[in-house]
Design a protein around this ligand. Structure first.
Ligand SMILES: [Zn+2]
Length: 229
């Protein structure tokens, strides 16, 4: 019992941290968001809705400046106020906004939004549990290895999530008749757009895209579709 107690404590801590994160995130999003009512964007989200066979896709504005799209654990899709401003200023087209919404829909459909929250709150617990186990067998470096394993695990998960959500978005955009083009042009713009004031929103909400790699992956996907004819 003495041996498993720390591990049980770590698991209990992770569960409580997860519950708290969900509660805090929902409260933050409820307090600082409104449903988007933009006829031009509504036209493109309606095309996505038709392709998905649903009545409509509600999109919310999250009142923060950093340019990003988010998928909440409860499945709601958010565009930040900063991103919407770029659209209103003509720096981003409606079709490019659709590609962001399609990408976030991918995170929801593939279950990432919920899992990512677990990653974030669970990462500390994994680290703690690993430290307790490894620290017992490998003194000194055990803690360091545990930390490394926990962060590699989380980084690997979030990176593969991005590629999967991109693939989902590409398929949806193709089906909606919008095509993969706007998705690629947006990715090319993304680096410049997100440069300013990063890190204001909670870290787990933000993706860390390597845009050149993501564009290359989309081109590979398109080549695969072409071969199948
Ligand atoms: Zn993403």
């Amino acid at each position: 019992m003495i041996r498993v107690a720390p591990i049980l404590l770590a698991i209990a801590y992770a569960l409580i941290a997860y519950r708290f994160s969900v509660w805090r995130t929902n409260r933050e999003l409820d307090a600082r968001s409104t449903e988007l009512a933009d006829p031009e964007l509504r036209a493109v989200t309606d095309r996505l809705a038709r392709a998905l066979g649903v009545r409509r896709i509600p999109v919310h504005i999250y009142e923060i400046d950093p340019v990003n799209g988010l998928a909440a654990p409860d499945g709601r899709i958010f565009i930040t106020r900063g991103f919407y401003r770029k659209f209103r200023a003509g720096e981003v087209t409606a079709e490019e906004m659709a590609s962001v919404i399609a990408h976030e829909l991918g995170h929801v459909a593939l279950g990432h939004a919920r899992r990512r929250m677990i990653d974030f709150s669970g990462q500390n617990a994994v680290r703690t549990a690993l430290m307790m186990v490894l620290g017992r067998f490998i003194p000194f470096v055990g803690a360091w290895i545990a930390s490394l394993v926990a962060s590699l695990l989380a980084a690997g998960l979030s990176r593969s999530d991005e590629y999967e959500a991109d693939e989902y978005a590409a398929a949806l955009l193709a089906k909606a008749g919008i095509g993969v083009g706007p998705q690629k042009t947006l990715l090319a713009k993304l680096e410049a757009l997100t440069e300013s004031r990063a890190g204001v929103a909670p870290a787990w909400l933000m993706s860390h895209p390597r845009t050149a790699d993501r564009i290359a992956a989309l081109e590979k996907l398109e080549a695969r579709w072409d071969r199948r004819g």
